[in-house]
Ligand binder design. Structure first.
Ligand code: ACO
Length: 480
């Protein structure tokens, strides 16, 4: 019986890989993968480029981390095609690749997996989080707060060495947090701050780069997942759970979010989703993180800024809006009428369009069929998936060839998360958990040759206004 179960689970995992490889084949049939010379050749600064509003077309940095080929619809991390990474690698492997520039050996990977699992244990930050009204906060706001609280616990930057260690003056009964399950090796579901998980900074883990920055990146990779899980738990009125030693990063993240051990299929699909959200060029949140880091502020502040930028509906927040719109439409039979109205109202359809992609987003090529696969045995998901497919058909038939508007990564991700039972309000936090890898990699790379970001604006206001004392000013202010 057990053997049958594991055989069918293995088949499902094989099918996930096959679905991704089929998506790759389709992408390669519809386009070729030649790079754009202007975006892949050696840079001579200053660079001459044509810049549009919203910095469209601006070149802001050189990178070896990743390349979005917007005209062809391909995505490369450190030379590797996204389709291959999704089909064959894990989020831990991909994060290591983004941060360190190469795939890890077996030993390095095992060590890195353990390290991230340990970094998910952040009871002090969780305790601080409990003292805020997290259940009333937008999850992305709580996530940003959590990153700030991690900074408080994992850096010594704000501490005056002459002052007494603040946590030592906290009453002993506060030196623990309640957990839903007993922490590893404990009998009681209370996490005591014994020091064995103390999150002291500055000491790099063996076999990894020995810098405070890289250690902070590891803290953030594990910690943000843990904070996101805790936020989900608090909002459900539940207590946090500790990561399990035999689960992957994706599996533990799901477990810490739901308190339920994920099935191998759920774990793998979350893994794929984390891989494909991990990095994406100089997008708004990555740029926000890089701008903050370029002032030599610290990496926790930089990642907090990335979280803030990602939360907007034009960026990572779109995955929540997509599901709301699909609900609003109510079924595939209503799509034509709904879309007709949306066009009349000049309403943008969430989950479509992209600043860089003028071809089908490769991430949507993967998530779309995966959503379809999950819908097969899930009657609750079938109508919303069918609505999405019909909406895609309608929008692409109108805007595909004229405006090069196709589904983006956010279009199908919400359906995937819903089929795993994850509440809608948490979707954007999943994106953030994954994107920490790209934010960190790009911040570290940029800091290596840092120059503060400082563009200019063209002033279109008036010049030479005469300063009038307050009693001589008229309502409406200065005239043009
Ligand atoms: N629905 C309908 N039309 C669209 C859409 C859309 N979702 N996206 C773009 N268009 C049209 C625009 O109306 C515009 O047409 P016009 O030339 O007639 O004015 C043209 O395509 C270009 O669109 P812009 O808004 O100028 O593109 P921009 O690069 O500034 O914005 C953005 C890109 C923000 C992603 C936009 O496509 C959008 O708002 N999409 C919906 C929100 C969304 O899905 N965001 C997630 C993006 S992916 C991510 O961040 C992870």
């Amino acid at each position: 019986m057990k053997q049958n179960k594991s055989q069918s689970e293995a088949k499902q995992l094989d099918r996930v890989r096959d679905v991704i490889l089929q998506a790759k084949e389709k992408a390669y049939q519809e386009t070729d993968t030649e790079p754009e010379p202007e975006l892949t050749s050696k840079v001579e600064w200053p660079v001459h480029c044509t810049v549009g509003p919203g910095l469209e077309g601006a070149i802001a940095a050189e990178t070896k981390i990743g390349y979005v080929n917007g005209t062809k619809g391909t995505l490369i991390y450190r030379g590797y095609d996204l389709f291959d990474l999704c089909a064959y690698s894990t989020f831990e492997e991909t994060s290591y690749l983004l941060l360190h520039g190469r795939l890890p050996t077996g030993t390095e990977l095992a060590r890195f997996q353990n390290l991230l699992r340990r970094k998910m244990v952040i009871p002090r930050t969780q305790r601080l989080l409990f003292s805020f009204p997290v259940e009333e906060m937008a999850p992305m706001a709580a996530l940003r707060l959590g990153v700030n609280l991690m900074r408080q616990k994992q850096t010594f930057r704000d501490k005056d060495p002459l002052l007494e260690e603040i946590s030592s003056s906290i009453a002993a009964d506060e030196d623990s947090i309640p957990m839903e399950t007993p922490p590893t090796g404990e009998e009681r579901p209370i996490f005591e701050f014994t020091g064995h998980t103390a999150d002291k900074p500055s000491t790099a883990s063996p076999g990894t780069l020995s810098s405070e920055e890289i250690e902070s990146c590891y803290n953030l990779l594990g910690g943000v997942a843990s904070v996101a899980g805790t936020i989900g738990r608090i909002r459900e009125g539940r207590l946090p759970v500790e990561p399990l030693p035999d689960l992957s990063f994706a599996g533990n993240y799901l477990y810490m979010l739901t308190g339920r051990r994920p099935t191998p299929l759920e774990e793998r699909i979350m893994d794929v989703s984390l891989i494909l959200h991990a990095d994406h060029g100089m997008n708004a949140s990555t740029f926000a993180a890089m701008v903050v880091a370029s002032t030599l502020s610290d990496i926790y502040f930089a990642i907090g800024s990335g979280v803030a930028a990602l939360s907007g509906p034009l960026h990572g927040g779109a995955n929540v809006e997509v599901v709301q719109v699909l609900e609003e439409i109510g079924g595939p039979e209503n799509v034509s009428e709904w879309y007709q109205k949306a066009r009349e109202q000049k309403r943008k359809v969430p989950g479509f369009g992209h600043r860089v992609y003028k071809a089908y987003d490769p991430r949507a090529r993967i998530l779309g069929p995966l959503a379809g696969m999950l819908a097969e045995n899930n009657e609750e998901i079938q109508p919303i998936y069918a609505t999405a497919k019909k909406l895609e058909e309608e929008v692409v038939s109108v805007l595909g060839s004229t405006k090069k508007v196709f589904p983006n990564v956010d279009f199908y991700s919400g359906i995937v998360y819903r089929s795993m039972g994850i509440p809608e309000h948490l979707y954007t936090t999943i994106f953030a958990v994954s994107r920490v890898a790209g934010w960190c990699a790009r911040v570290l790379e940029y800091l290596d040759h840092n120059r503060i970001f400082r563009p200019r604006a063209i002033y279109t206001g008036t010049l030479h206004e005469e300063y009038l004392p307050v009693d001589q000013r008229s309502p409406g202010g200065q005239t043009e």
